[in-house]
Design a protein around this ligand. Structure first.
Ligand SMILES: [Zn+2]
Length: 102
């Protein structure tokens, strides 16, 4: 199961990120870029990284089902610039370079 399916959005072209496997790891890349479909955003986001941020917010290891249920969407500008929004309408996690707000 991919708990992030259709939930990771490129802030540049608004297309969904798609899942790829790189070196045996799950990663995500803008569908517009990977399909050579007009987007120049070549950021690759690792699943481990996103999961780590979400686990830190909830202070426990969430299952894939739990992540699917709590996660509203993730807006990605690049590796270190993203917003993670939750279905419970709590404050999003804001990652802004060296600054992070949980
Ligand atoms: Zn894009």
């Amino acid at each position: 199961m991919n708990p992030y399916k259709s939930k990771i959005i490129c802030s540049k072209c608004k297309k969904r990120y798609k899942k790829i496997i790189e070196s045996g790891k799950v990663k995500f890349i803008c569908g517009g870029y990977s399909n050579n479909n007009g987007c120049s955003e070549r950021t690759v986001i690792s699943e481990d990284f996103i999961r780590g941020l979400i686990n830190r917010r909830f202070q426990k290891e969430l299952s894939d089902e739990e992540i699917r249920d709590v996660l509203e969407y993730i807006l990605v500008e690049d590796k270190l610039l993203m917003e993670i929004h939750f279905n419970d309408r709590s404050e999003p996690i804001l990652l802004k370079g060296n600054f992070i707000q949980f």
